[in-house]
Ligand binder design. Structure first.
Ligand SMILES: NC(=O)C1=CN([C@@H]2O[C@H](COP(=O)(O)OP(=O)(O)OC[C@H]3O[C@@H](n4cnc5c(N)ncnc54)[C@H](O)[C@@H]3O)[C@@H](O)[C@H]2O)C=CC1
Ligand SMILES: O=C(OP(=O)(O)O)[C@H](O)COP(=O)(O)O
Length: 341
């Protein structure tokens, strides 16, 4: 069993912990929090040993009825690999600790590519991750872009991509974020950071992205245009999407044309936390004009899509499973992911 520690049991960390715990070849040996709170009680209920960044706060946890297993250093020494899911920009500061104990580590998209020196997406570069000590799972938006762009590029060749991200302002549990009533150009500059982030995994893709933030928490929405090198039909694109286990297809017959309805659908499917791990591509939006001009809309559940990617990254870095398709199948089966059709 691969012994996994989650440093930063928050929005992403708690989902990664549950996804890892469901795997046949992995186990959670500990998770970390900085202060007592609801998620610490969830970790206790799940039976995840709780470690803390600042051991001097042990009393505050124990007063709250939460047993502390030790310090983050203690946790790191017990693990084979650490998933760093601390807030964006915090994880970089933990690298020295991981190096000190000679441990493998995976950061999330809030860290720069340079922190790990390798950015990961299971359907794009799984083989390159095998045996690596450090990796970064790219952010939710970049994950969603890489999955579909790589698929289309492999099948038809992609001359250029133009994409706009309409990003959620914060997660449902983020009570301190916004905007409440504005559309915020973020970033105002074009291209946004998403294009270069995609190129950290798909360096040959000509891509220009733009982004904004809007008052919603449920999901991001992407507008995607890809100019193809070779002609394609809408039907061919649909068949390719259907054959990809991390690309969901939202049928017109569901009546779903919004993130709210899609989220409700995921909840009704009894997905844990209503999580949509796959891209939510709106079938009716797929169009191919003049044979080589592809357009589509896709919803991206920011809290979820990076979670299954992180599990595959663990397996690749451990070197226990050599192919993406095998790892993805194991991960998907263990969490109960059958992409929506
Ligand atoms: N929330 C989202 O929608 C997505 C987040 N990400 C990335 O995932 C990473 C984690 O983000 P979230 O889970 O949203 O953060 P979060 O704020 O929900 O959770 C981070 C957790 O880390 C712990 N923490 C805070 N400060 C710490 C410190 N100094 N040392 C150790 N632990 C500390 C706390 O337990 C906190 O709950 C970031 O890199 C973020 O960019 C990637 C995709 C989507
Ligand atoms: O918006 C996101 O990443 P992005 O910078 O790729 O657009 C992710 O949802 C993570 O962002 P957050 O740090 O605002 O949670």
């Amino acid at each position: 069993m691969i012994k996994v520690a989650v440093n930063g049991y928050g929005t992403i960390g708690k989902r990664v912990a549950d996804a890892v715990a469901a795997q046949p070849d992995m186990e959670i040996i500990g998770v970390s929090k900085t202060k007592p709170g609801a998620e610490a009680f969830v970790a206790k209920e799940r039976g995840y040993p709780l470690y803390i960044a600042d051991i001097t706060k042990k009393e505050s946890f124990e007063k709250a009825g939460i047993q502390v297993a030790g310090s983050v250093s203690d946790m790191i020494q017990k693990a084979d690999i650490i998933v760093d899911a601390t807030p964006g920009g915090v994880g970089e500061g933990n690298k020295a600790l991981y190096e000190k104990y000679g441990k493998k580590a995976i950061w999330q998209g809030g860290e720069d590519h340079e922190v790990a020196g390798f950015s990961f997406n299971s359907s794009c570069n799984y083989a390159e991750a095998i045996g690596k000590q450090f990796a970064r799972v790219v952010s939710c938006n970049t994950t969603g872009l890489c999955r579909i762009i790589n698929l289309i590029d492999t099948a038809f060749g992609v001359k250029k991509v133009r994409a706009t991200m309409v990003r959620r302002g914060g997660d449902p549990g983020d009570v301190k974020r916004g905007p409440i009533d504005a559309i915020v150009l973020n970033p105002v500059t074009i291209p946004s950071h998403h294009g270069p982030d995609v190129q950290s995994i798909l360096p040959n893709i000509n891509i220009v992205t733009s982004a904004m933030i809007v008052p919603t928490t449920l999901m991001h929405m992407h507008f995607l245009n890809m100019e193809l090198k070779n002609p394609a039909t809408k039907e061919q694109v649909i068949e390719l999407i259907k054959a990809h286990s991390r690309l969901g297809l939202i049928e017109k017959s569901t009546g779903i044309i919004s993130t709210a309805e899609l989220k409700e659908y995921a909840c009704d499917l009894l997905r844990p936390r209503g999580d949509l791990w796959e891209n939510g591509i709106f079938k009716d939006s797929i169009s191919v004009l003049e044979g080589t001009d592809l357009y589509l809309f896709q919803a991206i559940h920011q809290e979820a899509d990076v979670v299954v990617e992180t599990v595959d990254c663990i397996r690749a870095m451990a070197g226990s499973v050599k192919t993406a398709s095998e790892s993805i199948a194991i991960t998907n089966k263990a969490v109960g992911l059958t992409a929506i059709r």
